[in-house]
Structure formats: structure tokens, C-alpha cells
Write a protein that binds this ligand. Sequence first.
Ligand code: NAP
Length: 284
Amino acid sequence: VRSSITGKTIVAGVVGAPVGHSLSPILHNAWLADAVIDGVYVAFPVAPDWFADFVAGLRGGAVRGLNVTVPFKLAALAVADRRTPRAQAAGAANLLIFHEDGSIDADNTDGEGLLAAFAEQAAGFDAAAGPILIHGAGGAARGAAAAFLEAGCREVRLINRTAERADALARQLGPRLKVLSGDTDGVAEVIAIVNATSLGLGGGAGPVVDWARVDARTIAMDMVYRPLETGFLKSARRHGLRTVDGLAMLIGQAKPSFRALFSHEPPAATDVRRIALAALEAAS
Ligand code: NAP
């Protein structure tokens, strides 16, 4: 934790509603302290009606940049003057950078975080090796589908409670995205199953999967990280599958965000996973 704020302190943060539970300030401030950067990263709780005004007021760069979380990722993309191709493909932004000339850049590092999580916890995973099944069709599912397609995946299968939302996603992302009804045929041959719904948050059951039909080499990934050991990941493990957790993705998206916000590499020696686990433990 930094001990002094100066007149030159770089301010960045995360905006959401609610945002008080966010682990991002803990991750970024740990890196700032270890890198000895004169910067601070805070959480900005903003009521949904005031998001556009809040961001407009930051034009000019009083704040260097913001991560963006639920429910503002779509609005963040819309408010920007420039959008990276990956933010455009995801249809959402989780990072805004404010420039002195008043302009705003939007990026999306969630897909990079997802692929980094697979690289870290599922050695040898190759997104191009086979179809991938995603549960969900919200902002997170959309970013994941775009990232897997970009990484060479030949078919992304989507199951969502609200079929129209999945259909809309398929229309945008093209023919390599297939919408399935809730039946279990979709699990055949998949190399990964990703939970990108909020099911399982707070300890409930995740999406229903017929694990008996899933190939033993398939990797199960859950974006939910409260609890870290979700019901979805537990049942996958009981069937002998390798798993990837949502905290690895959170840290994976925070690293490129930190680089963009503070023009500095996050110090590799900082054990942010241990720090985040301690914070999750303290909050439970
Ligand atoms: P979102 O846009 O609100 O989408 C929520 C998704 O969950 C939709 O597909 C929704 O289906 C589904 N869903 C919600 N309640 C359901 C229920 N009772 N039964 C069936 N489906 C249900 O949220 P999001 O931004 O995509 O985030 C999804 C999850 O990913 C959240 O838990 C979020 O915290 C997590 N996430 C994690 C990371 C990370 O770094 N680890 C990053 C991003 C997101 P409908 O379309 O039918 O409503």
C-alpha cells in the first residue's frame, strides 16, 4: 500500500455498479507499490444513469484511464472515439484510456486474459485444435467467442438461456459460431467448455453439463471466481477433467490493462494471485 500521494500521482481505476467487491484495485496497487510508480488505482461506483456524464467529465486526461466492469462494458465501447479491433469484435470495452486532446481509446483485454488463463493452467491447450463450447451470450461470452475465433478456433458453440441473444451474437461473429439448444450433443468432441454465465456466482450450481459424454481431455473453464472452486469446476474435476479458473482470467486481463494505464510492465515478482486469494478468503 502506497504511503504518499504527490501532485504528480497518476490516477486510474475501475468503474462499475456495484464495484466495491472488485479485486482490480488490490491487483493494480500491489503492482504499483512493487514497481515504485507514483500512481494510484481506485474503484469508482457510478449509478448507471450517470455513466456517460462521468466518462465525459474525464475527457482531457485528469484520470489516465479506467477499467470498466458490469454493467458498463457496452456503453464504454460506445463512448470512445477509437476502438481496437478486439474491442470492436467483442462488442464491449473493459478499458478506456483518456488523452490530453480530449479523445478516448477503448480496448478489451478480457479475451487476452482468457487465453492467458488457459496458457497458464492448461498447458498445451490450442484453441485451433477443435470446437469450443461456451455457456452464455452476455458480454463475457461474446468477448470469449471473439478471442477463440481470433485464436483460430474453427467452431464456437453457444448455449444460452435466451436463444435470441445467442442468435444475435452468431449473426455478428459469423458462420464459425453455432447456436445450440440446451441439449447435450454439443459436448461431443469439444476441447473446452467455458462457463460465461453468472450461474454459480456465490456458490450455486453452474450450467448443466452431461459430463459423462465429455472427452477426458476436455478443459473446463469458469469465469466465475467467487467462489474460486465453483460447482461447475468441481463436477468437471470429479470427471477427471483439467480446469481453468476465473481468477487466472481476471489477472490475465489486468496485466495488459496495467501496461496501458501506467506504461510499465507489471512486476513479475509480485504474487498477485496470492494477494487476490487472501482478499477472496477475507471476504468470504
Ligand atoms: P451478462 O452480460 O449480464 O450475461 C450474463 C449471462 O448469464 C447471460 O448469458 C445470461 O443469460 C446468463 N444467466 C444469468 N442468469 C442465468 C440463469 N439464472 N440461468 C441461465 N443463464 C443465466 O454478464 P457478463 O458480463 O457476460 O458476465 C458473465 C459472468 O462472467 C459474470 O459472472 C462475470 O462476473 C464473469 N466475468 C468474469 C471475468 C473474469 O475476468 N474472470 C470477466 C468478465 C466476466 P440470458 O442471456 O438468458 O440472460
